[in-house]
Design a protein around this ligand. Structure first.
Ligand code: BEZ
Length: 211
């Protein structure tokens, strides 16, 4: 069965551009993003890896480790990294898993045989400090992902984990948020001492908590 939200991220060992890893050991207690791309030396993938490298400080700021994967060998990743640096203006600054035996891709369901039985699709997994899956995304090979959206979801997930608030449609940093339904009005008084706006009993709006 496909991996689902709330499942533990499967553990594995792998070779990466930054040396061998044991995934759970590499995760430690951090948030993480694991994402696959179809193939080295392809145009959309080149732009994606450049973009993630550019955004690395944003992931770092949120305490999120980033790791990529394709079913190409290590030597190919290393050679391609030069192209990423030269064409995208940002050197690869996070590990890329060399999954040429498709071990990790199979474990995470990153190969969708009716799309391609040789390449991984564009999968994204956001993993929490408890090693559970918090978000999964699947994009086709022909569409580069919006990594600002991945950061936006991480901001939302981290707000929920810390402050028991959810985020409305199209929410952006600094905008109002919603008290999660599992928090009673009684408990909300302690959590949000400055009060909230009750639009409906189930829709309680508060300013975004700081920190
Ligand atoms: C790309 O990264 O450009 C790509 C890879 C596989 C199929 C189509 C596009």
């Amino acid at each position: 069965m496909a991996l689902q939200l709330g499942d533990e991220a499967p553990d594995f060992t792998a070779e990466t551009t930054e040396g061998p890893i044991s995934f759970h050991g590499w995760l430690g207690n951090s948030w993480a993003v694991l994402f696959s791309h179809p193939k080295d030396f392809t145009p959309v993938c080149t732009t994606e890896l450049g973009r993630v490298s550019a955004l690395k400080p944003e992931f770092d700021k949120r305490g999120v480790k980033v790791i990529g994967l394709s079913v190409d060998p290590l030597g190919s990743h290393t050679e391609w990294a030069n192209d990423i640096k030269e064409t995208q203006g940002h050197a690869l600054n996070f590990p890329l898993i060399a999954d040429s035996d498709k071990k990790v891709a199979s474990l995470y369901g990153m190969i969708h045989p009716n799309a391609s039985d040789t390449f991984t699709v564009r999968s994204v997994f956001v993993i929490g400090p408890d090693k559970k899956l918090k978000l999964t995304l699947t994009y086709p090979a022909s569409t580069g992902r919006n990594f600002d959206e991945v950061l936006r979801v991480i901001d939302s997930l981290q707000l929920t984990a810390k402050h028991k608030v959810a985020t409305p449609s199209d929410w952006k940093q600094g905008q109002d948020v919603i008290i999660v339904p599992s928090v009673s009005d009684q408990d909300a008084k302690g959590l949000f001492p400055n009060g909230w706006k009750t639009v409906r009993p189930y829709l309680r709006v508060v300013p975004q908590p700081k920190g």
